[in-house]
Ligand binder design. Structure first.
Ligand code: UDP
Length: 479
């Protein structure tokens, strides 16, 4: 590992083992390096090739980003060997175990901190113990949350005031208390881990949420992958009213330095022949995994909408085996009109392609931000995590999306949505005045995002302020 120069910070990044957390953490480490600091990412061997490939794209970094590897404690955590990432957990039970395992990394991180003594540890929200380990060595711990300010405000407000307990049914609306806007929600949309009396498999997670929020108050602050102009009321509200912790709005992280595009995926070539705003992109992130019945409903709804599409499905194609989740003859009928991508798609270049006119999304925060920055309006189909909050931000506050009608928080498979609802929402997204209005609103936000990451922009100013604070903290420690 290269040594740091004077006046340079050495920052450790420890992301949670899930694409939605790892990707922005890599961007953050690159950004710190791009702006002259030393960055080291700690991860497991499974993610190292992904990380190396992602770093190779950015050869213009001032200093290289270092990687340190640690072991995943699968046997201690009681889940099968080979589950290395959240998306590999086949059931909510195994997912719960995966979260539990996040408590078991502490000794390995302790050792690394003792050995390298960085100036700061940026650890994922799912590692609440990291604050105390860092404190042992006098190192400030920053939390990487990975979600919007809006979702952080909604979740903590619901967790504290429990409005879902004062309604007669899970679908009876209530207003989330103590927010700048009047936001209607229902108990069915509240995440299991927010409901304190939850007796589901996520019960461990409920306790963890409580601990995470207590630890926040003892941490140095939160790094938010958002930009001030996107959700100003909530960027102010969380530190000033909800939680009393410092936050830095330093995003959108992926926008700073995209690096070289080393290969072009087939679906991008397909898009080159399409007219502007004529294709809808359909993807539900790296964790949600719909069942056959739901996939069939999506296929039928897309076909009925008459819109061209790129649809990412987390299913491999097995030669000679008929696919129960596709209507008979679907791929033949859709030839030239729609493309199914199996597994992983290059989401950012797809969204940025001028042919893409809308995004049917599960509202993961990275996907939401990527869509906004590409100036693409959305159909919102939240599944779990904090996605129902992001849906409200998109559809009601920013007014750049249409709700498909998913009503219930459900890990992996989500609430069942019928084909007619999909057809209606996709048609509204792609055609007519409402679509045009949303498109022009989201393009304004995309411009603001691009300005935020320029020199003198709000995110760069926040980042510089953070470096300044950390350097002062480091100098004070050494006095
Ligand atoms: N992603 C991608 N290709 C895919 C699926 C996902 O590049 O086929 C990326 C996407 O661009 C985003 C991240 O994976 O950066 C998913 O994060 P998000 O917060 O949207 O959802 P999660 O996967 O955490 O549910």
């Amino acid at each position: 590992m290269a040594t740091k120069t004077q006046n340079q910070l050495h920052v450790f990044f420890f992301p949670f083992m899930a694409q939605g957390h790892l990707i922005p953490a890599i961007e953050m480490a690159k950004l710190f390096a791009l702006r002259g600091q030393r960055s080291t990412i700690i991860t497991t061997p499974y993610f190292t090739p992904f990380l190396t490939k992602s770093l190779e794209k950015n050869r213009n970094l001032h200093t290289p980003v270092d990687i340190l590897t640690i072991k995943i404690p699968s046997s201690e955590a009681g889940f099968p060997k080979g589950i290395e990432s959240l998306d590999m957990a086949p059931t909510p039970q195994v997912q719960g175990k995966f979260f539990e395992a996040s408590g078991l990394f502490e000794p390995q991180i302790d050792e690394l901190l003792e050995l390298y003594r960085p100036d700061c540890l940026v650890a994922d929200i799912f590692f609440p113990w990291a604050t105390d380990v860092a404190a042992k060595y006098g190192i400030p711990r920053l939390i990487f949350h990975g979600s919007s300010n809006f979702a952080m405000c909604c979740n903590l407000s619901v967790f504290r005031s429990k409005p879902y307990k004062h309604v007669s049914s899970e679908y009876e609306p209530f207003i989330i208390p103590n927010l700048p806007d009047k936001i209607e929600f229902t108990a069915s949309r509240v995440a299991d881990f927010i409901k304190e009396d939850s007796e589901t498999e996520t019960d461990h997670f409920t306790k963890m949420y409580k601990v995470m929020k207590e630890v926040e108050l003892r941490s140095y602050g939160i790094l938010v992958n958002s930009f001030y102009e996107l959700e100003p009321a909530y960027a102010d509200h969380y530190p000033k009213v909800i939680q009393g912790i410092k936050t830095w709005q330093i995003g959108p992280l992926f926008l700073y330095d995209k690096g070289l595009n080393l290969e072009e995926h087939e679906c991008l070539k397909w898009l080159h022949c399409k007219k502007p705003n004529s294709v809808v992109y359909v993807s539900f992130g790296s964790v949600a995994n719909f069942n056959d019945e739901q996939l069939m409903e999506i296929a039928t709804g897309l076909e009925a909408s008459g819109q061209q599409f790129i649809w990412v499905v987390r299913r491999e194609k097995k030669e000679g085996v008929s696919e129960e989740w596709l209507p008979e003859g679907f791929e033949e009928r859709m030839e030239g009109k729609g493309v199914i991508v199996r597994g992983w798609a290059p989401q950012i270049p797809i969204l940025e392609h001028e042919a893409i006119g809308g995004f049917l999304t599960h509202c993961g925060w990275n996907s939401t931000l990527e869509s906004i920055c590409a100036g693409v309006p959305m159909v919102t189909w939240p599944v779990s995590a904090e996605q129902f909050c992001n849906e409200k931000l998109v559809s009601e506050i920013l007014r750049v999306g249409i709700e498909v009608g998913a009503k219930k928080w459900k890990v992996l498979v989500g609430d069942f949505v019928k084909r007619d609802a999909i057809e209606r929402a996709v048609t509204r997204l792609m055609k007519g005045d409402e679509a045009e209005e949303m498109r022009s609103r989201v393009k304004e936000l995309a411009d603001k995002a691009r300005n935020a990451i320029l020199d003198g922009g709000s995110s760069v100013l926040d980042l510089d302020a953070l470096f300044h604070d950390l350097k002062n903290a480091s100098a004070t420690r050494k006095e």
